[in-house]
Design a protein around this ligand. Structure first.
Ligand code: CTP
Ligand code: MG
Length: 206
């Protein structure tokens, strides 16, 4: 199993490259990389082009999907299962990787961690007018790491399409994606408040 860690975003909502912020005694990206290293055969780090050499990674692209594609090109062809993980989720556990990988080893094309949503979710138009209210019991909020059969992930990315995660590309290509239990602590750091939360967690629980 190989892992692609995507860390080439600009962190617009955060106000800077959140992946390089200090979280306890190491950076956000280091937390994500260290867990992936400890359980897989290898890690491909995808980082902003200007730090690719210093970080020992490959240069990312303009979108998350493009960054994943650049990472995929650096994963050895022998890899049969590939995980894709957001660097901005520093607290994904080894257990979570094992769960998604086991689901793929067990026959799924892809596996994603998900948590049932607790808020009622509404679809709205660009003007903020409510279109409808999907049944909450059928909604899950998904996380990374997301695991895939390697050939399925490569095929889904072949056409250069875009999505906010990789499973959506595999779904569109007709692949079977299953959901395993996500972890509440596995939040994606998006705003400065999220980093404050993560620093408090790193200082206590981890
Ligand atoms: N990412 C990437 N290449 C991009 C965009 C995003 O590798 N062109 C990575 C980010 O570094 C992050 C993960 O994808 O680890 C999830 O993206 P997101 O949380 O949206 O991070 P950013 O795109 O950096 O943040 P924002 O959307 O607020 O600009
Ligand atoms: Mg983004």
């Amino acid at each position: 199993m190989w892992t692609i860690i995507v860390a080439a975003g600009s962190g617009n909502r955060f106000g800077g490259q959140k992946q390089f912020m200090l979280l306890g005694d190491k950076r956000v990206i280091d937390w994500s990389r260290d867990v992936a290293h400890s359980i897989g055969d290898g890690v491909v780090l995808v980082v902003p082009a200007d730090v690719a050499d210093t970080e020992g990674g490959v240069a990312g692209g303009a979108t998350r999907s493009e960054s994943v594609r650049r990472g995929l090109a650096a994963v050895p062809s022998e890899a049969t299962i590939i995980c894709v993980h957001d660097a901005a989720r520093p607290f994904a556990s080894e257990h979570l990787y094992k769960e998604v990988v086991a689901a793929v080893a067990g026959g799924a094309d892809g596996a994603v961690p998900g948590l049932h949503v607790t808020d009622t979710i509404k679809r709205v138009d660009s003007g903020g007018v409510v279109l409808d209210t999907p049944d909450r019991s059928s909604l899950v909020a998904v996380q990374t790491p997301q695991a895939f059969r390697a050939e399925v992930l490569r095929k889904a990315h072949e056409s250069g399409t875009e999505g906010t995660d990789d499973a959506s590309l595999v779904e569109r290509a007709g692949g079977k994606v299953v959901v395993v239990n996500g972890e509440a602590i596995n939040k994606k750091l998006t705003s400065p408040e999220d980093l404050e939360w993560a620093r408090a967690m790193a200082a206590t629980e981890i």
